[in-house]
Structure formats: structure tokens, C-alpha cells
Design a protein around this ligand. Structure first.
Ligand code: 3PY
Ligand code: MG
Length: 259
């Protein structure tokens, strides 16, 4: 079976840097995949992406060494099974708030007897190999997000869930849960303290800590702190950021001025 290169990095104690995809296009997914990130996540929660869009995006990513992840819209085993069957090598489950929800996510990613995943890896076996079912439980990454008030309160019971590979922080939902403005790269002391507490709890339990950022400044900060899964750049900001930067380099022309 094809190994999960992100899980291999984690086994070696090394971090994996990735990107998020919100644009429903196989071509833009392929472009992002060729940029050389460790992982890319097709975002079915907040991206403009349906399942039928996600499949050609996973196919496009699998033309490269980048590991394909999917963020599902919610903690629903049937959806988790579908994206794994379509070839995702990792699932990110948003808004997980307690042990029972974390166990539900883990079980959805594992075949019996370890879990409740149903057999039918239609595209996954093409990508992963003919012995997919034999090794899938070892290679699929189950990642749950801590980003709710209850999740913050119950981080210990979530992070210590058996079979969980990583815990991923959604900084803007986390900010809302703390009564703060939904800022991504957040310097508010209460936010910084909560992020640190989640990171330290992950380290204590040998679980990879992950987090979303708005760019290289916070990605570097979190890598230096010991996060193992950091989101550097989403497709939409890659597009907009490049266009804005090029506009900014022009002399004597500004949008709408005619030059
Ligand atoms: C958040 O900031 O809440 C996220 O989920 C990032 O995608
Ligand atoms: Mg979120």
C-alpha cells in the first residue's frame, strides 16, 4: 500500500506543512499540489466544494507526492467513509467537543473490529494499492478540530482519545469560543494561552498538534513551538495575494484610475 507521507513524517517526529483548497477545481488543486506542500486539504466545510467536485481534486493531488486530506462538513461517519473511499488519506473533522465525538470520528476512519468504516474503497484502492484494506487503518490520518468552548474545556479527554492521530486548531472559531473577534493569526493573550495549552496537552499525550494560519509568519512561529501540522496557504489567498502583490509593484497605476 502507498504510505501516508504525512504520517511517516509524524512517526519521525517531523512536522508537515500544507494548504487548504476552497476552489472547486481539479486544475487549481493540481496547481497547488505541484507547489510542493506536504499535504493539501479539500475543504468541504467552508470551501465552495461539493463531493462531486472533491473527487477530481483528489485525483489531481494524487498526480504528486502531496498527501490528500479532506475536511468534512461535520462529524458524520457516512461522509467520512465516502471521502476516504474517494482517496483521501486523512480526514479533518471540525467542531469536536468531547470524548464521544472524538471516538465517533476515529471509529469512522477505521475498519472493524477497530472501527465502523464500511468496506468499498473504490478510488482509494487505485490510489493506495490492491492491499488497501489490509493497511488502511495504519495509514489513514484521523484529525479532529478543537475550536468550541466545550472542546476547550474538554481538551484533555479529546486529545487522549485512543486512535487519534492529530488535533487541529481552528483559530477563528477558537477566538469566537473565547469571546474574541474571529482573527486567524491571533495575538490576544487568552487565545495564545489556549493554543499553548492545547499544544502542551498534545505533547503530553503523544498526539500531533495542528493549526491553521494566514501565512508564513505564524506558520514559522507554530513550527518553532512544535506543531506538527501547520496550514501555510489556502488557494484563494494564493490567487489574491499574488495579484495584489503584482499590482502593488506597478508605478503610476492604481485600480480604477485608468493609469
Ligand atoms: C477556524 O479558524 O475556525 C478554522 O476552522 C480554520 O479553517
Ligand atoms: Mg473552524
Amino acid at each position: 500500500m502507498r504510505i501516508n507521507r504525512v504520517k511517516q513524517l509524524w512517526r519521525q517526529g517531523k512536522p508537515a506543512v500544507g494548504g487548504f483548497l476552497a476552489i472547486p477545481s481539479g486544475f487549481s488543486a493540481e496547481i497547488m499540489a505541484h507547489a510542493g506542500l506536504d499535504w493539501l486539504c479539500v475543504d468541504l466545510q467552508h470551501g465552495c466544494i461539493d463531493f462531486v467536485d472533491a473527487v477530481p481534486m483528489l485525483t489531481a493531488i494524487s498526480t504528486t507526492a502531496t498527501t490528500p486530506f479532506v475536511r468534512v462538513p461535520g462529524n458524520e461517519p457516512s461522509m467520512i467513509g465516502r471521502v476516504l473511499d474517494a482517496g483521501a488519506y486523512g480526514v479533518i473533522v471540525p467542531m469536536v467537543s468531547n470524548r464521544a465525538q472524538a471516538e465517533r470520528a476515529v471509529a469512522a476512519c477505521r475498519y472493524p473490529p477497530a472501527g465502523i468504516r464500511s468496506n468499498g474503497p473504490n478510488r482509494a484502492a487505485l490510489y493506495g494499492g490492491a492491499d488497501y484494506q489490509k493497511h488502511a487503518d495504519r495509514e489513514m490520518a484521523c484529525v479532529v478540530m478543537i475550536e468550541t468552548a466545550e472542546g476547550i474545556e474538554k481538551m484533555e479527554e479529546i486529545i487522549s482519545t485512543p486512535g487519534l492521530d492529530a488535533v487541529y486548531i481552528g483559530p477563528t472559531d477558537l477566538a469566537l469560543a473565547l469571546g474574541l473577534a474571529p482573527v486567524m493569526d491571533n495575538e490576544e493573550p487568552a487565545h495564545v494561552a489556549t493554543v499553548t495549552r492545547i499544544l502542551e496537552t498534545c505533547k503530553r499525550h503523544g498526539v500531533v498538534a495542528g493549526i491553521h494560519t494566514a501565512g508564513s509568519r505564524f506558520t514559522q512561529r507554530y513550527l518553532d513551538q512544535g506543531f506538527g501540522m501547520v496550514m501555510l496557504v489556502p488557494d484563494r489567498l494564493a490567487l489574491a495575494g499574488y495579484v495584489k502583490a503584482e499590482i502593488g509593484r506597478l508605478n503610476g497605476w492604481a485600480p480604477g484610475t485608468g493609469g
